[in-house]
Write a protein that binds this ligand. Structure first.
Ligand code: PAF
Length: 284
């Protein structure tokens, strides 16, 4: 496995693979890899001849008061994990390699980014769409892999690829959880031992809501209220949102009469965590 830092090195390597008739998959990450990322790399390795992992904490998707500086980074750990799961090339650029002096072109999206994390983090999806577009142009993969934990991001990327006629298959992979239910996230490392216990309210609320859907509840307000009540009982938790949205538009819907996403964002202390369930995964 190689680690490269320049766009030119990635292009040279991918051109060589293409000349050999090989398929290429991309796993975009911000590093600090965990089992969730490992499952994406496994899927990519299974489906493609060559696997590229990008490892770049993208400044453009962080708001001015967010955790860009403190976001955890460990390239040696990332390299070992990625290689063990079949990665062939890590692209680990400096910010200046991705955003040269005078950079002024952006990819942005309306409707799908109006709710959920798009509402709480106004610049986030413009940063995500821009960097993912750049990575797609740099690597030109056949397929790219994203986790369902970032469900709105997955929907936004699928929509962008469709809108902008990018010839790339987007593969969504299941949420990977700790044994006690907490969804794996690089941000879990911010939690103190007490907060780590408190963070279980997220997966508990998801189990509660998805159980109601499985039992036939279709009233969105009833599901949201039950989930909110459960989270409110935890003193260290503060709700950012608990919402049910149409899977296609990411707009809120009152009744579960179509494929929907139930998504939550909750602050545990100062750490903002997200979790969700897709109604179609519950009802089959
Ligand atoms: O999901 C992430 O880690 C990031 O948003 C992504 C897709 C790598 C873009 O920076």
């Amino acid at each position: 496995m190689k680690i490269v830092t320049t766009i030119e090195e990635v292009r040279t390597q991918v051109k060589q693979w293409r000349a050999e008739g090989l398929t290429v998959g991309l796993v975009p990450t911000m590093g600090y890899l965990h089992e969730g990322h490992a499952s994406l790399i496994d899927a990519c390795h299974r489906d493609n001849d060559r696997t590229v992992v990008s490892d770049f904490v993208n400044p453009m998707q962080f708001g001015p008061t967010e955790d860009l500086e403190s976001y955890p980074r460990d390239i040696d750990h990332d390299a070992a994990l990625a290689e063990a799961h079949g990665c062939d090339l890590i692209f680990h650029p400096e910010p200046a390699e991705m955003y040269h002096q005078g950079f002024s072109s952006f990819v942005d999206m309306t409707v799908l980014t109006e709710e959920l994390c798009g509402l709480s983090r106004p610049v986030h999806f413009r940063g995500v769409c821009t960097v993912v577009s750049k990575l797609f142009h740099i690597v030109s993969p056949d397929r790219a892999y994203f986790g369902k934990k970032d469900a709105q991001q997955l929907a936004v990327i699928r929509h962008m690829v469709d809108d902008l006629n990018m010839d790339i298959e987007i593969v969504g992979c299941p949420i990977i959880r700790e044994a006690d239910g907490l969804a794996k996230s690089s941000r879990n490392t911010y939690l103190s031992p007490d907060e780590r216990k408190a963070a279980l309210v997220l997966s508990q609320a998801i189990r509660l809501g998805s159980g109601m859907v499985r039992d036939g509840e279709t009233d969105g307000a009833a599901i949201i209220e039950a989930m909110k009540q459960h989270i409110h009982a935890e003193p260290l938790a503060r709700i950012d949102y608990v919402k049910i949205v149409d899977l296609a538009t990411m707009q809120q819907i009152p009744v579960l009469d179509r494929p929907a996403l139930c998504a939550i964002a909750v602050y545990i202390g100062s750490t903002r965590l997200i979790d969700n369930f897709f109604t179609e995964d519950v009802t089959g």
